[in-house]
Design a binder for this molecule. Structure first.
Ligand code: NAD
Length: 338
């Protein structure tokens, strides 16, 4: 494909299979030119499944020097900051998986490095690319329910990701790899809460570990105050047998409710006139937007800014960092702002 953007995939595990490679193959003007993973069998499996014609590297420096324009980082969490900095230093645009870093300070370094290099840094905050979540966030921001009073966000799974999602990937439940539920699924929810209702200023959280064989929180409950004065709760669990998700945003004029267990529903609930029942309507969903990989390509080509730049990932990490710190200290923690 002459003139195509040459993109490399760093880390060839589950998310490369499920999201990035199909997403890149569905993007115009892109060639997956190289793969990198310390395990050759991971690269072979990815290549064979999608019929890729890509060079394979086990060495990061050789991969980054192989003539790429951009890299998609799909490795375990701990590796994201250093790999992003190395890719930017090599002059490449970066689409990095969430969580971009374990701390807001580390995330900030990545944001600064991208700015200084004049390269795109996009974080794969996938909710930003789903019509139902876009509809919820835009509805709140538009004021359909008036000023937000309270934001409730619950997300649970029936197992840890090394069991249900990527069997054997035990790094997901190890502190040394920046695993744990807060940085894993909490970071998605943090991003959504910030996007819809604005910055959170302080947090009081309880984190717990019910599974004996892991050393990171597998459950968390956080109470928060938004800058707007609204309150919020974030509830996370990896140990509830009937996993699911529920978002409820209560405003001065109505409520938005979204369930995401099997499929998604988004309802706008407004009060009826006195003596009349409450009105519940299915909220209208926007058309499907470009997916994350298409958005990345458009941003590289200067066609549209990325919806999820490093700054978005940094805010989400800052919120998670405060949840973790409060869970450890038992004290209110201010969320770092930039
Ligand atoms: N955006 C989302 O919704 C979403 C969903 C799932 C996972 N993720 C994120 O994607 C990332 C990867 O998750 P996964 O489920 O694919 O994990 P995984 O364990 O299935 O795959 C990770 C891959 O990285 C490889 N790897 C390890 N060290 C490496 C190194 N130094 N250089 C290159 N490759 C290396 C491993 O060999 C493996 O192939 C994580 O950060 C995770 O949080 C995001």
């Amino acid at each position: 494909m002459a003139g195509a953007l040459k993109i490399g995939v760093l880390g060839c595990g589950k998310i490369a299979h499920e999201d990035h490679v199909p997403g890149l193959l569905g993007s115009k003007g892109v060639k997956i030119a190289a793969l990198c993973d310390p395990l050759p069998e991971q690269m072979e499996a990815l290549s064979a499944k999608f019929g890729l014609d890509a060079a394979k590297f086990t060495d990061l420096a050789a991969f980054l020097a192989s003539g790429l324009d951009a890299v998609v980082i799909c490795t375990p969490n701990r590796l994201h900051p250093d790999q992003t900095l190395a890719a930017l230093k090599a002059g490449l645009h970066v689409l990095c998986e969430k969580p971009m870093a374990p701390t807001a300070a580390a995330a900030d370094k990545m944001v600064s490095a991208a700015r200084n290099a004049g390269k795109i840094l996009q974080i794969n905050h996938t909710l930003h690319y789903w019509p139902a979540f876009i509809a919820l966030a835009e509805s709140v921001r538009r004021g359909d329910i008036g000023r937000v009073v309270h934001f409730r966000c619950l997300r649970t799974h029936d197992s840890t990701p090394d069991v249900g999602w990527s069997p054997g990937a035990t790094w997901f439940v190890q502190k040394v790899w920046n695993g744990g539920i807060v940085l894993d699924i909490g970071v998605h929810m943090a991003e959504l809460m910030h996007w819809a209702a604005g910055p959170v200023t302080e947090i009081a959280a309880m984190t717990s570990r019910r599974l004996a064989h892991i050393d990171v929180p597998d459950n968390a409950a956080a109470l928060m105050r938004f800058e707007s004065g609204a309150t919020g709760v974030l509830e996370l669990s990896w140990t509830i047998p009937c996993g699911g998700g529920l978002l409820e945003v209560y405003g001065e004029k109505g409520t938005l409710r979204m369930g995401f267990n099997d499929g998604m529903t988004l309802e706008l609930i407004t009060p009826g006139r006195p003596g009349k029942p409450v009105r519940v309507r299915a909220a209208k969903l926007p058309p499907k937007p470009p997916n994350s990989q298409q958005a990345f390509v458009r941003a590289i080509l200067g066609k549209a800014p990325t919806p999820t730049p490093g700054e978005v990932g940094r805010d989400a990490v800052a919120l998670c960092e405060a949840v973790l710190k409060s869970g450890e200290s038992g004290k209110f923690v201010k969320v770092r702002r930039f």
